[in-house]
Design a protein around this ligand. Sequence first.
Ligand code: HEM
Length: 162
Amino acid sequence: MDLHSVLDWLQHTGWAVGLKQSDFMFPLVEGSHILSLSFSVGMVMILDMRLLRISFRSQRVSLMMQQLMPWTLTGFGVMMVTGLLLFAAQAVKVYGNTFFRIKVILMVLAGLNALYYQLKYYPKMAEWEQGSTPVGARIIAVLSLVFWFGVIACGRTMAYEL
Ligand code: HEM
């Protein structure tokens, strides 16, 4: 069974057809997908702006991370689940959409960028968080803002083409 057949089977499962045709469920899932943006990407952007010392300068980065992380992770969880449901509802079309593919690549890059921060800068945050942010961590913050802006722009653009 090739990938196209799997995607075709997926979008023809009873629940995927039901979701696609429902005047209530599809907007609910899509609305949740968009709303969870503020809890996921929104919180990440607040942290990025703190790292760049644009806002919340007097707040400790570690404390902000500790308080925002549960919201961020919950937001990403909802984003992924609703995203996968939206994907399943029109799998063949979405998979073939160029902006969807760029969006996925940018999401992976944003994830690797965050992972690099966690490995390199997170463990030693106590040494620098009261003063200026290391250049490397600033670059990570700028890249994060660029990647997430790209993910959102691609998400919006792909929706026009489905
Ligand atoms: C944090 C990660 C994500 C962000 C920031 C994001 C953002 C967006 C945005 C802004 C839209 C446009 C909604 C509209 O204008 O109507 C969208 C739509 C969509 N997203 Fe995501 N998304 C994310 C993750 C995912 C994932 C993981 C998937 C699936 C694997 C996915 C699948 C979709 C689909 C299929 C649509 C189009 C729905 C439609 O209008 O038919 N998204 N996304």
